[in-house]
Design a protein around this ligand. Structure first.
Ligand code: HEC
Length: 161
């Protein structure tokens, strides 16, 4: 019986301590109006930050340039005139180039339109090699990119007239 009494004593002592801690924690912010004011000041910034990142996240999925960058294409392909030559051909002038290529007797692919050519270049890069370039473009995009991403990339690259 004494052991149980001790236990009860210890437990109630612990409870008193816990309650004491809780009330002292509760008591801390309330007596300082400065803290409350600072908290209020901080709250708007805390809510605007997630708001700012939310449209950015939404833009990421719909912005085709982000798909191009995110898929790693940018590592080998320039998308501006002033960019240094890359491992792969610049995308500037791609539509004109592709228009000529698919009419050329040297063309070894199956595309009959520029859109098909771009799609084919992503899905099966070695079916036709752009002259003066090595066959180093990854052949794995057909497995790693979703149909939506491939469509977004194709639409994006169709703007490189
Ligand atoms: C490791 C470098 C590398 C990466 C990464 C890469 N490519 Fe390429 N790409 C090349 C090379 C080199 C060629 C030219 C040789 C060929 O035709 O395969 C090429 C050719 C192309 C062509 C045909 C260009 C033309 O002028 O006819 C297109 C379109 C293309 N790539 C799109 C992409 C897209 C989209 C991605 C990302 C999903 C990508 N590439 C990623 C290296 C790369």
């Amino acid at each position: 019986m004494t052991a149980i009494q001790k236990l009860i004593l210890i437990c109630s002592a612990a409870l008193v301590l816990l309650v004491g801690c809780d009330s002292s924690l509760d008591a801390l912010p309330t007596p300082t109006p400065v803290d409350v004011a600072l908290q209020r000041l901080n709250q708007p910034t805390a809510t605007t930050e997630p708001q700012q990142s939310a449209p950015a996240a939404g833009g990421e999925s719909s912005d085709p340039e982000t798909v191009f960058t995110g898929a790693g294409c940018i590592a080998c392909h320039a998308i501006t005139d002033d960019a240094p030559p890359g491992v792969g051909p610049s995308m500037v002038g791609l539509v004109d180039f592709a228009t000529e290529v698919i009419k050329s007797p040297d063309y070894t692919g199956k595309a009959t339109t520029v859109e098909e050519y771009i799609r084919e270049s992503i899905l099966d890069p070695t079916i036709y090699l752009v002259p003066d370039y090595q066959p180093v473009m990854p052949t794995t995009y057909k497995d790693t990119l979703s149909e939506e991403q491939i469509s977004q990339l194709t639409e994006y690259l169709l703007t490189f007239k």
